[in-house]
Design a protein around this ligand. Structure first.
Ligand code: FAD
Ligand code: NAP
Ligand code: SF4
Length: 675
């Protein structure tokens, strides 16, 4: 308790008390849509057992037209009430509290029947919304209030009304999406009438002793978004209308400024919430990129908010709060804000999970239980694949020895963490180090393992990772050619003009590394805000700097090259690819595609285009960096197989194509769960 006195202090709401200051923020996991309500209940109950004070569910539609897409989970029928009651009972049995988020998507719905204040199509949906008439607006208000009443009947402790991120209620607030001339449009008083009416009618529907959280967009980050004065006015009216708590929303979904990606500084928007402190009488929650108890404690202790919302960190570690309470903050598996297994899955129509914790949303399917037949297990390779086997097997009671040829654990994560914007990988490796010690995994580092070292173990796991692919380009042995390992790990000197061969994840990362110098903007909030054009919403409407993004000049002139003719970065993460592209474009990185590599020469790289190898072109460069993909490192696996030993081969050593840490960790964890 002494470590985090503010974070762990209770919050008295009058009619009920929250046991600490941690809200599990709403996340769409896709679990509700599986129809397996036992699975939904277990997911939330696990977090309740982990001592989070108040859970908010994923967005639940109040009616068909408001769902994020046809078939989205809703609160409309008796069957919905019965299903949700399974969740609330399980959470209450676990000692937790849970609120249902009511999400009306408005023009963001991927639904030809979507509705909005005005027929203004959103850039993120193909369907223009139908303009609501008076009756239509009344129906939406009534449906939201009724969904809240049903939520109470299902046993929820409260509801969160989603009023931010550019969804339905937010769409009424700003002139960009609200072109109405009736009592719901025009002046700000008219534009905010709908959110206020929704809160008032919801309060009337649920009675007094029921939590109503209003999620309010405090910095829209879109042109013509709300001013700070409007935000304060709305918050005060929302309080008067009956809200219990105000939660922070940051940026509309269509904003072109990253708000939660890993390159966003930790707690980057807490100062925005702080502007509302003292202006309303109800508790205020802050949000976005808060992922450790230390960051959360600091945000609260410095008066930025009364409570913190953490969503993805609760996927990474269901026991986040319990570990903080026990003084084991260093044992909390960190959310690295990669979006790879959560938001990228959601937007790819897949069930959510977590890169660092494959059990997230798979609580009833991936069981990690104590073994009744302990074995001795050798694992070669202390990258994420090997580490996942080691931790899971040790947790189950096996005796584990982890070997690596280098003298530290982490594998390629130690290369990834060198990239500006990927600093969270430092914390992930540190966490693995803590847990290796905590779980008693024996380590043998700094030695290349051969087949002879592996006799006498019950099980052998080969997780030796990858080797860089040799692209076989004429002239590649010259001194001006480096690999991504030379650049990122060994910090080889690189010239001012650089050609990067290969525009996969590593080519993008190397380019990012080469165009920056000095402190990474992810570690310097004012620099990051300047780079992306974020400013004080009190000075500039919606928090957009009038001069736009002002990045530092690039440290080098970089050309990023691929053979494919497709858009650069097309295969990067669904929710983060645009950020990587925009970041490099801001640094004037030249994207060249559809090339044939002809040869490397002292003044650069000769390429040609098309099947006929036309249009020979010299890409001038002092240094050429190879990022041409990777192949499995199977030397040891093959040697063992030749000796008649069948090892388990995982991670990059198994399949290098399209490998990432998510697959490596998932495969390692699942193997160890079955050993
Ligand atoms: P590795 O991490 O390669 O680990 C293999 C280990 O085996 C190494 O430590 C090696 O020293 C050891 N080893 C090899 N041979 C022997 C031997 N004979 N004896 C003893 N030890 C041996 N993935 C993501 O998901 N998200 C990202 O954002 C991301 N960014 C990246 C950025 C960069 C710059 C790089 C290089 C990679 C990135 N990756 C990312 C990829 C991710 O790091 C890999 O997919 C992952 O590390 C593969 O895990 P692994 O355990 O299979 O192999
Ligand atoms: P990659 O994504 O497979 O990209 C390899 C690049 O090399 C491609 O651009 C490919 O494009 C090119 N290439 C392939 N064969 C080539 C050849 N013979 N000659 C020349 N060029 C060739 O692999 P990576 O960039 O090495 O990344 C490795 C893994 O780490 C990836 O699977 C990735 O998911 C993961 N990673 C993830 C992230 C992340 O942010 N999520 C970041 C970094 C790495 P062309 O074939 O068009 O030339
Ligand atoms: Fe965090 Fe990445 Fe896990 Fe999502 S997948 S919860 S961003 S670590």
């Amino acid at each position: 308790m002494a470590d985090y006195p503010t974070l762990l202090a209770p919050l008295d709401l009058g009619f009920t008390t929250l046991k600490n200051r941690v809200l599990m923020g709403s996340m769409h996991t896709g679990l509700e849509e599986t129809g397996d309500w036992n699975r939904v209940a277990e997911f939330y109950a696990e977090r309740a057992r982990g001592q989070v004070a108040l859970i908010v569910t994923g967005g639940i539609a109040p009616n068909f037209e408001g769902g994020v897409l046809p078939g989205a989970a809703g609160m409309m029928t008796q069957q919905d009430i019965d299903n949700h009651a399974i969740v609330t009972q399980r959470v209450h049995q676990a000692g937790g509290k849970i609120a249902m988020q009511i999400l009306h998507a408005g023009r963001y719905a991927y639904n030809p029947k979507c509705v909005g204040p005005s027929p203004v199509k959103s850039p993120i949906s193909p369907f223009p919304p139908a303009e609501l008439d008076e009756d239509g607006i009344e129906k939406q208000i009534a449906d939201i209030a009724e969904a809240a009443r049903k939520a109470k009947e299902a046993g929820y402790d409260g509801v969160e009304i989603m009023g931010s991120e550019g969804y339905f209620l937010n769409q009424f607030l700003v002139t960009h999406t609200n072109k109405r001339t009736d009592q719901w449009g025009g002046s700000y008083e008219n534009r905010m009438r709908l959110p206020i009416e929704v809160v008032r009618r919801t309060r009337a529907a649920v009675g007094e002793d029921f939590i109503i959280i209003y999620r309010l967009s405090m910095i829209d980050l879109v042109p013509n978004g709300s001013t700070h004065a409007e935000v304060v006015q709305l918050a005060q009216e929302v309080e008067k209308a009956g809200a219990t708590i105000i939660n922070t929303g940051i940026g509309w979904h269509e904003a072109r400024i990253p708000t939660i990606a890993t390159s966003v500084p930790r707690a980057a928007f807490a100062w925005v919430t702080q502007k509302l402190m003292g202006k309303v009488g109800i508790p205020v929650i802050t949000s976005n990129r808060i992922n450790t108890p230390d960051v959360a404690e600091n945000v609260l202790a410095t008066g930025c908010a009364d409570m913190v919302s953490m969503a993805r960190p609760m996927l990474a570690d269901a026991d986040f709060v319990a570990k903080a309470m026990a003084g084991h903050g260093d044992q909390i598996a960190p959310c690295i804000a990669c979006n790879q297994a959560c938001l990228d899955h959601t937007f790819g129509g897949k069930l959510t999970s977590c890169l660092v914790n494959p059990q997230a949303c798979h609580e009833t399917e991936l069981l990690i239980t104590p073994t009744d037949a302990p074995k001795s297990i050798a694992i070669v390779g202390a990258g994420p694949a090997g580490l996942s086997v080691a931790l899971t097997a040790a947790k189950r009671g096996h005796s584990v020895t982890l070997f690596d040829k280098v003298d530290d654990i982490g594998g390629q994560l130690n290369i990834a963490k060198q990239v500006p914007g990927k600093e969270e990988f430092w914390g992930l490796v540190d966490w693995y180090r803590t847990m290796v010690a905590e779980l008693g995994v024996k380590t043998e580092l700094g030695r290349v393992v051969t087949a002879d070292d592996l006799t006498g173990f019950d099980e052998v796991v080969i997780a030796t990772g990858v080797i860089p692919r040799d692209p076989g380009i004429a002239g590649q042995d010259a001194a001006n050619v480096l690999s991504y390992i030379d650049v990122l790990r060994d910090k080889a000197p690189v010239g001012k003009k650089v050609a990067v061969i290969g525009a996969g994840g590593i080519g993008f990362d190397v380019s990012e590394f080469l165009v920056h110098e000095g402190t990474s903007p992810t570690e310097d909030l004012p620099a990051w805000m300047k780079e992306w054009g974020v400013s004080d919403p009190e000075t500039n409407r919606a928090g957009l700097a009038p001069e736009g993004p002002q990045p530092e000049a690039p440290a080098r002139q970089v050309t990023l090259i691929q053979r494919k003719a497709e858009k650069h970065g097309k295969r990067l993460g669904k929710t983060t690819g645009w950020i990587h592209r925009a970041a490099l474009k801001m640094k004037d990185v030249n994207f060249v595609g559809g090339v044939n590599y002809e040869r490397i020469q002292p003044d650069g790289l000769m390429v040609s285009f098309g099947e006929a190898r036309e249009n020979p072109t010299l890409i001038e460069a002092d240094t050429i960096v190879m990022c041409a993909g990777q192949l499995p490192e199977r030397t040891l696996a093959d040697a063992l197989i030749a000796q008649g030993i069948t090892p388990h081969v995982i991670g990059g050593a198994d399949v290098a194509a399209e490998l990432d840490a998510k697959r490596a960790i998932n495969q390692g964890t699942r193997l160890a769960a079955a050993l």
